[in-house]
Design a protein around this ligand. Structure first.
Ligand SMILES: *Cc1c(COP(=O)(O)O)cnc(C)c1O
Length: 477
């Protein structure tokens, strides 16, 4: 496909508003351009077609099934977009006087209250811009806590080996040493290994529950107790709250702080690197350390304030505000009944697909799964030569986005499927029949799978190169 600069023809303009007749002051010569910018010249209709063609080359939730595990690529209701587009929200300036921004402060205040209720926490900051950023902020909370008690020896964060890759990375960035604990045969935390790992140097534990193999760890109360008894704090990675929201709360499982991914569970589309939000909630005893500013009630009004021993800022202003607007709209439109219904649907859909596929594909763990499940294609690869990558690439030909591949690391030839609650039974049945067809093809025509995809704009790019050295700028000859 041609790039905009290749379509450009000199002198081909779109219609422009005529230049004003008035004599306008010129900017200072030191900031004046020496020559006009090299912008492509293209008609409006060709420009529209260019972007439509580009859009057709990708796969989004509006194109088809998108079961990308650990990512919750569910449908985000349009009403949330409509709310985030209201001029009162988009036309605001972050430095505007507080009395003129009471509505926006109310969004932050209400979102904090409702998300705290869902997570079982007492206070929450909306500042972190993504999940990993939330983890980092939560770990700083843990550090502030130990430091405030003069306990400098607690330098280690315990992370199970099934954890999302961001967990050990965030712990290391926050200055901690990472201690990995193995999972047991059922996919949960090995309690004996955890007991052996904790000690007077334990700052805390980071855990996802349900974990990255889609299982709810039933020992969770014992796990958080072991860490607390050793003097550590418990951090809950709540990126995937879609499995439990409205049914179980990290705060009730013994966790002291948590982050939520609003761009997974709470109605902000993601995947293209757009704005995210990873609010961090905590129990009351950690509130004093939260990033500044926070919103509180002062009589009839809302005001910003700096918590007593605040860690400072982790991002400019109040975080990605419009993402918070979407989350608040989502929660209010679903209500107290709709929130648990959504997570129940997410779990039901995953269990349904897992059940339909378990005779054709090996499941890494027998379950019952929560919002996602992990298949291992190790045996299939041994028998037929067809890998998880081959199956994933072939799904593209059927209009299905591949599941997450080769993650979690503890499962070989992993495909991690997260259907989400917004898919109909028909969509799930169609996807199941594609998976079954590919299983047969692996047996009868493995070459077909090795060469997949057959009908996509590109075949198999060098993925490392595409990620590490992308060409994002047009190179003028
Ligand atoms: C997505 C995810 C994260 C990281 O979230 P980002 O917003 O991508 O930084 C962390 N933990 C888990 C379990 C996740 O699924």
């Amino acid at each position: 496909m041609k790039l905009l600069f290749e379509r450009s023809r000199s002198g081909r303009h779109q219609s422009l508003i005529p230049a004003p007749g008035a004599d306008l002051p010129k900017p200072d010569s030191c900031i004046l351009r020496a020559r006009p910018p090299r912008l492509p010249e293209i008609s409006e209709v060709d420009l529209g077609r260019h972007y439509t063609e580009l859009a057709k080359q990708t796969h989004g939730v509006n194109d088809g099934f998108y079961p990308l595990g650990s990512c919750t690529m569910k449908y985000n209701p349009r009403i949330d977009e409509a709310a985030a587009a209201l001029p009162g929200f988009t036309g605001i300036h972050p430095l505007q006087p507080q009395e003129t921004a009471q509505g926006c402060l109310e969004v932050l205040y209400k979102a904090e209250q409702l998300l705290c209720e869902i997570a079982g926490m007492d206070a929450m900051t909306m500042q972190p811009a993504a999940g990993a950023h939330g983890e980092y902020t939560g770990l700083l909370l843990i550090r502030c806590y130990h430091k405030s008690r003069g306990d400098a020896a607690r330098t280690k964060i315990i992370v199970p080996d099934s954890a999302h890759g961001t967990n050990p990375a965030s712990a290391a960035m926050a200055g901690f040493t990472v201690v990995s604990v193995p999972s047991n045969a059922d996919g949960g935390v090995d309690l004996e290994a955890l007991r052996n790992a904790v000690g007077s140097d334990t700052a805390g534990l980071m855990l996802t529950n349900p974990n990255t193999v889609g299982l709810f760890d039933e020992n969770i109360l014992e796990i958080t107790k072991i860490v607390h008894d050793a003097g550590g704090l418990c951090y809950y990675d709540g990126a995937n709250l879609n499995a439990i929201m409205g049914h179980a709360r990290p705060g009730d499982m013994g966790f002291d702080c948590v982050h939520l991914n609003l761009h997974k569970t709470f109605a902000t589309p993601h995947g293209g690197g757009g704005p995210g939000s990873g609010p961090v909630g905590c129990k009351a005893f950690l509130e004093q350390f939260l990033p500044s500013p926070r919103v509180r009630k002062n009589g009839e009004n809302l005001e910003l304030y700096r918590p007593e021993s605040s860690m400072g800022k982790v991002r400019s202003f109040y975080g990605n505000f419009l993402v918070v607007v979407r989350a608040l709209t989502y929660i209010l439109s679903l209500g107290k009944e709709g929130i648990p219904e959504a997570s129940a649907g997410a779990v039901l859909n995953a269990r349904y697909m897992m059940h339909k596929l378990r005779n054709a594909y090996d499941m890494a763990y027998q379950g019952p799964c929560m919002h996602e499940f992990v298949m291992s294609l190790e045996r299939l690869k041994k028998d037929t030569g067809v890998s998880a990558m081959d199956v994933a690439k072939s799904l593209l030909d059927y209009g299905i986005h591949p599941p997450t591949m080769y993650f979690p690391l503890i499962v070989h030839e992993a495909l991690m499927v997260e259907p989400t609650e917004t898919e109909s039974r028909e969509t799930l049945d169609d996807a199941v029949s594609v998976f079954l067809e590919l299983r047969d093809k692996a047996q009868n025509d493995p070459q077909y799978l090795h060469e997949s995809p057959h009908n996509c704009p590109i075949n198999r790019p060098d993925e490392v190169k595409a990620a590490r050295s992308p060409l994002l700028r047009y190179e003028f000859k």
